[in-house]
Design a protein around this ligand. Structure first.
Ligand code: AMP
Length: 443
């Protein structure tokens, strides 16, 4: 199959040729003809599947082939994205795909001054990529009008709801023309997403693709049980012992990101962090430097890192487990891409056992555990299995040990704590696509 056979016009085909895209990905093969035909879409696809081109290519084509010249302050296609980084990234892709077309594209998001955005919108924008909060601000200040809107895209709809944007989405939805084409992309399909889809979509075509990056790759995954207060120390210990080259690490909170980065920088390690409190320019610079290998360790929150296209990382470290189990799959999907092997290490404390159980249920595997010598936790992480069960109750906290260099040091354990020969690689089962099983409640 070729892009030409999907019915795309020459200026788009030339852009794809420049990018070296030869073959449409599965989501593109399904989405492009449907969107060109004017259908609404409900797609279970996430970053790494080529979903951006899947909606952007036919959207651009429809805008050049149909509809009016854009009027002042108007928008003809609106792409809503959950985070600033994703908005930037999606906008950049749309700009590149549409490089040979006479269309204006732009991105608006919070955390930066609103005035330049108001100025840019004055001329009218064919494709506007926006985070919901800033878009609503602009709308309420009459800087943007939706009367010419032909196409609405909700990118990472599940994440927009997770981030609490449902009210903003409802307000935006109320301001849009009823006659329009709507495309909804989401990694998961919970009840609330289905409700949103029911309100916003008209007889949509459903598309489902499994994430290329996780399902097709071999990622060595394991858990290192550790007491909460010793996580930073363990991180530094493993970094030195295993000679980590480039690492994307995830922490739960903004403070957690800052504290780890400070400790690492204090040791002279080239580290930086991205999270929602940092100005957009700083976040983008950190990301660019990480991609250029100028930063060795990038610490991020899920919100800041979600959807970012970072390829071919050797190692992802979960300094904290994610609150939402699906984020685990997003995180480890940054490594082991394109048939390469990657590693994902999770530092897990007793408080996180329910989160661990949720991840094991979602990914249908029991993650191997490896206690690190001298870091054996006083607060044991109860055993778990892939059915989501926590097998043992957490033991009462013991007093800190004076010496802990005893017992199962450095041994691999399975979920029942039996000693196993130390494997170097724990084979990982295929991770299922996300929208089939029942959605786990947030722990
Ligand atoms: P996305 O899932 O849209 O974030 O895309 C993931 C990555 O795949 C991006 O780096 C795209 O540039 C790339 N990509 C998308 N479609 C194709 C294709 N048909 N052939 C090769 N690379 C692609």
């Amino acid at each position: 199959m070729t892009f030409a056979s999907l019915g795309l016009i020459d200026p788009l085909l030339r852009a794809l040729e420049t990018l070296g895209y030869d073959t449409p990905s599965p989501v593109q093969a399904q989405a492009v003809p449907a969107v060109l035909a004017g259908r609404d879409l409900m797609a279970a696809a996430q970053t790494g599947t080529g979903k951006t081109a899947g909606f952007a290519l036919p959207l651009l084509q429809r805008l050049v082939q149909e509809g009016p010249v854009v009027a002042a302050n108007s928008v003809r296609a609106l792409v809503l994205a959950p985070t600033r980084e994703l908005a930037e990234q999606v906008h950049e892709s749309i700009r590149v795909y549409g490089q040979n077309l006479p269309l204006r594209t732009y991105a608006v998001y919070g955390g930066v001054s609103i005035n330049p955005q108001m100025m840019a919108l004055r001329k009218g924008i064919d494709v506007l990529v926006a985070t919901p909060g800033r878009l609503l601000d602009l709308y309420r200040q009459n800087a943007v009008k939706f009367s010419q809107l032909q196409i609405l895209v909700l990118d990472e709809a599940d994440r927009m709801l997770d981030l609490g944007f449902s009210e903003e989405l409802a307000s935006i939805y109320a301001a849009l023309p009823k006659k329009r084409q709507t495309l909804l992309f989401s990694a998961t399909f919970s009840e609330s997403i289905r409700l949103l889809a029911g309100q916003m979509l008209d007889n949509p075509l459903s598309i489902e693709v499994s994430p290329r990056n996780v399902a097709a790759s071999t990622v060595k995954q394991w858990v290192v049980p550790v007491d909460k207060k010793r996580k930073t120390e363990l991180f530094i210990h493993l970094m030195k012992k295993q000679r980590w080259t480039q690492v994307l690490a995830f922490a739960k909170t903004r403070n957690g990101v800052d504290e780890l980065v400070e400790r690492l920088q204090g040791l002279g390690v080239n580290a930086d962090g991205i999270h929602g409190d940092k100005p957009q320019a700083t976040r983008q610079r950190a990301l660019d430097r990480f991609k250029a290998s100028e930063i060795r360790i990038l610490v991020a929150t899920d919100v800041a890192a979600r959807g970012l296209d970072i390829d071919d990382l050797p190692l992802v470290v979960n300094f904290d487990l994610p609150i939402v189990a699906e984020d685990y799959v997003h995180r480890i999907g940054r490594t082991g891409r394109a048939g390469q092997t990657g590693e994902a290490i999770s530092l897990v404390c007793a408080d996180e056992v329910q989160l661990l159980a949720a991840i094991e249920t979602l990914t249908r595997q029991t993650l191997a555990r490896h206690e690190e010598q001298d870091f054996e936790p006083d607060h044991k992480v109860p055993a778990t299995d892939a059915s989501g069960q926590v097998i043992k109750k957490p033991k009462k906290p013991k007093k800190p040990k004076v010496s802990s260099a005893k017992g199962k040091l450095g041994k691999w354990m399975d979920s029942t704590d039996s000693d196993l020969p130390a494997p170097t690689v724990k084979p990982v089962r295929k991770v299922p696509s996300f929208n089939t099983g029942p959605k786990k409640k947030k722990p």
